[in-house]
Design a protein around this ligand. Structure first.
Ligand code: SAM
Ligand code: SF4
Length: 339
């Protein structure tokens, strides 16, 4: 690799930042109980980065060595004109600077956009789905329709996209679907990752701690029916992987509340207003939007602000559920930082 391509964003703990997750909207067509309250107030439009500003921002990060870009939200595919942005990012895939362009979606718009996503160079997507029961789906998403998401997943696979299912593990809600979700993903050849619920935001009267289902317990339940092998592969993120020997399936377990992934963290997150969060579990952020807007012709101030922010990336975060109380809870919603 030539020096020109060496990562330029190195944090104080010698971690190269090569992965940017970008929230392109705070809006969503669902209201999942662990993510949003029913009556959300969304940001005025002028606060949001325009599609052109998102392009400039992401392109600057790519120029600084970011190789993987994940587009998220809110629901990224409800942002008007979002395919223009995906199309624009495909030039960085063509040049080789960007290795992967991907999206995390609730699946509701995939019927419309799967083919366009593939054409823009997206090859793998994450679809969030917590249950295969239509009534339960409506309960957890408040506004979602399971049929629409399943047909979206179908459209994605027909378009050639590899689909990974992300399921939030919720006590008393989808514990009873552990094996049906696992079987479904094995049959359909989709990877499956379970996510431990995180203490995010104030969602009114939802009891988040009560919903917490420890993935160690989920793992133990899987072990009653499958032989589990821990895989050593790491992605720089909070996922650990196990293989179910009987089916060969790989299952991901994301336990963001434990600290065991921070030392290999290679990622930062940007909100739809251009705030850069160096760590999912901490409040410190750098506001990049005004710097970008103040200097329309010259990227140097933006580059300097990004480099300075990366030097503030903390060693790790500070969640703690150990006393059945969400210490280290951060006040923003996942839909704000993009999950
Ligand atoms: N709307 C898209 C979706 O649902 O995939 C993208 C944004 S959503 C905020 C990204 C991911 O965050 C989803 O997989 C969702 O299940 C997860 N999520 C939201 N709130 C969460 C919470 N409190 N704890 C754990 N995961 C959460
Ligand atoms: Fe919307 Fe995704 Fe949050 Fe559900 S998890 S409310 S789909 S942003």
């Amino acid at each position: 690799m030539s020096n020109a391509l060496a990562p330029r964003l190195i944090d104080p703990f010698a971690r190269a930042i090569t992965y940017l997750r970008v929230s392109v909207t705070d809006r969503c067509d669902f209201r999942c109980v662990y993510c949003m309250s029913e009556n959300m107030t969304f940001l005025p439009k002028k606060e949001l980065l325009t599609l052109e500003e998102l392009d400039r921002m992401c392109s600057t990060f790519i120029g600084l060595g970011v190789e993987k870009l994940r587009i998220t939200g809110g629901e990224p595919l409800v942002r008007r004109g979002i395919m223009t942005f995906f199309d624009a990012m495909s030039r960085h895939l063509d040049s080789g600077a960007l290795k992967e362009l991907t999206v995390t979606t609730n699946g509701s718009q995939l019927d419309r956009f799967a083919t366009d996503l593939y054409a823009a160079g997206v090859r793998r997507i994450n679809v969030s789905l917590d249950t295969l029961d239509a009534a339960k789906f409506e309960r957890v998403t408040r506004w979602g329709k399971l049929d629409k998401v399943l047909s979206g997943i179908d459209a994605a696979r027909k378009a050639g996209l590899r689909v990974k299912i992300n399921t939030v593990a919720l006590k008393g809600f989808n514990e009873d679907e552990l094996f049906s979700l696992t079987d479904w993903c094995a049959r359909e050849d989709m990877d499956l990752t379970f996510i431990e619920v995180m203490p995010m935001g104030d969602l009114g009267n939802e009891d988040r701690v009560g919903q917490y289902w420890a993935l160690d317990d989920l793992r133990a339940q899987l072990a009653t029916q499958f032989t589990l092998t821990d895989l050593t592969e790491r992605t720089g993120g909070p996922a650990r992987y196990i293989r179910l020997e009987e089916t060969g399936q790989k299952i991901g377990l994301i336990t963001p509340l434990t600290h065991n992934f921070c030392e290999s963290c290679n990622r930062v997150r940007m909100t739809c207003t251009g705030e850069l969060y160096m760590c999912l579990g901490q409040e410190d952020n750098a506001s990049l939007r005004d710097i970008l807007r103040a200097s329309p012709e010259d990227d140097a101030p933006l580059i300097a602000a990004i480099e300075a922010a990366i030097l503030r990336k903390p060693k790790g975060h500070d969640f703690d559920y150990s006393r059945q109380k969400a210490d280290g809870q951060v006040s923003r919603h996942m839909s704000h930082t993009g999950g």
